[in-house]
Design a protein around this ligand. Structure first.
Ligand code: OSB
Ligand code: MG
Length: 382
């Protein structure tokens, strides 16, 4: 980006926890969620104006090492003091300065990403620029897929998939785990035919004989991709697997930065990348992941962390970049919540519209914020 973001001066930072029930439990190979317990970061500017960030971290450190209480702790104790110190010295802070400023703190990409998102939203709202325009969106609507959790039975799975297809979703992603892979995929293919179908293992497999045979058996279903079959740090294993199966390997957990994407592609560990802003430390690094992949002809798609309407708005903006050529896990609000924090994102012909208003283009509704908030904390400027 050639134009630097406007600097803003932050008066106060609020850490807010919201707890929103999911319409249906979401089961993966690492656990089950029945609620989205999210950490929101709200920056309040000197002279008025605010910005919102959403942290992707879950209650437990199962998807990655981050968890929501830990994210809150690292934000209040290590990230916010650095922001305040910087803005005092530099008379303000711009969104593109946030990641370099926080880089000394190791790890915690979702915590950092939430802080950067809030600063970016505040600056963009002040400038009257949308997230999409800032990130480089080239579309005003994005194709939407849906991530289907592991279901209690094959019948339940088929009913769930039928419902999502009736809603208009353009791609179905099935969560798999060892012992629950060939059978559900086969049942969905048999029932629904030639739909756009992919699977996500969340790192539950190894290259051991039994697991490898199951992953090879998936080859006959013409899946769009197999997402993160092996451990996050096992790039060599993914490259080995990619040579032994015909389904394209896509990485999620392994891709922690643009540099990690570059390495994974060079090693032949993946030919498709799932981009999640929180996992790579924010939306600005997510754009760099997109750019690296585009330069190598590797298509990307936008992943999700069951975000509220705030994170969803930013995800949909990101998914409108040119190399997001596969449908994302950018589902409608109704797929997650009976009531979203913001105005709901509604599926229209299998697509969501990219918000066009300043910043995220959506805001928490006052009554929803009140109803869902479980704690609020102001991190003082000292
Ligand atoms: O692996 O993509 C994943 C949700 C939470 C944690 C990890 C993942 C997911 C999903 C759901 O697949 C994506 C969404 O609809 O937000
Ligand atoms: Mg995944």
């Amino acid at each position: 980006m050639t134009v630097p973001d406007t600097a803003v001066t932050i008066d106060a930072i609020e850490l807010r926890r919201v707890r929103i029930p999911l319409v249906t439990p979401f089961r993966t190979s690492f656990g089950t969620d029945d609620v989205r317990d999210a950490l929101l970061v709200r920056v309040m500017l000197a002279g008025g104006g605010e910005g919102w960030g959403e942290c992707g971290a879950d209650i437990e450190p199962l998807y990655s090492s981050e968890y929501v209480d830990g994210s809150a702790e690292v934000i209040r104790r290590y990230l916010v003091p650095r922001l305040y110190a910087h803005q005092t010295a530099a008379s303000g802070i711009s969104a593109d300065a946030v990641a370099p400023l926080l880089a000394r703190v190791q790890g915690h990409p979702m915590a950092k990403g939430a802080v950067e998102m809030a600063v970016l939203d505040a600056a963009l709202r002040r400038d009257g620029t949308s997230f999409g325009a800032r990130l480089g969106a080239v579309r005003d609507r994005v194709d939407c897929g849906v991530s289907v959790g592991i279901q209690p039975s094959i019948d339940a799975l088929l009913d769930t998939v039928a419902g999502y297809l009736a809603d208009g979703y353009r791609r179905i992603k099935l969560k798999i785990e060892p012992g629950h892979d060939v059978e559900p995929v086969s049942a969905v293919r048999e029932r629904f035919g030639d739909i756009a179908l992919q699977v996500d293992a969340n790192a539950a497999y190894t290259l051991g004989a039994g697991h490898l045979a199951a992953l090879q058996a998936l080859d006959r279903f013409a899946l769009l991709l197999l997402e993160q079959p092996l451990a996050p740090d096992d790039l060599a294993g993914h490259a080995e697997l990619a040579r032994r199966i015909s389904t394209p390997v896509c990485l999620d957990e392994s891709i922690t930065s643009a540099r990690a994407a570059e390495l994974a592609i060079a090693l032949g560990a993946c030919t498709i990348v799932n981009v999640k802003a929180g996992r790579v430390g924010g939306y600005l690094e997510a754009v760099r992941v997109h750019d690296v992949c585009a330069a190598h002809g590797v298509p990307v798609w936008c992943g999700g962390m069951l975000e509220t309407g705030l994170g969803r708005a930013a995800n949909v903006a990101l998914a409108a970049l040119p190399n997001f050529t596969l449908p994302g896990d950018t589902s409608a609000s109704a797929r997650y919540f009976a009531e979203d924090l913001t105005e709901p994102f509604v599926l229209d012909n299998g697509q969501l519209a990219v918000p066009t208003g300043p910043g995220l283009g959506v805001s928490p509704r006052t009554d929803a914020l009140r109803a869902f908030t479980t704690s609020v904390e102001l991190v003082p400027r000292d």
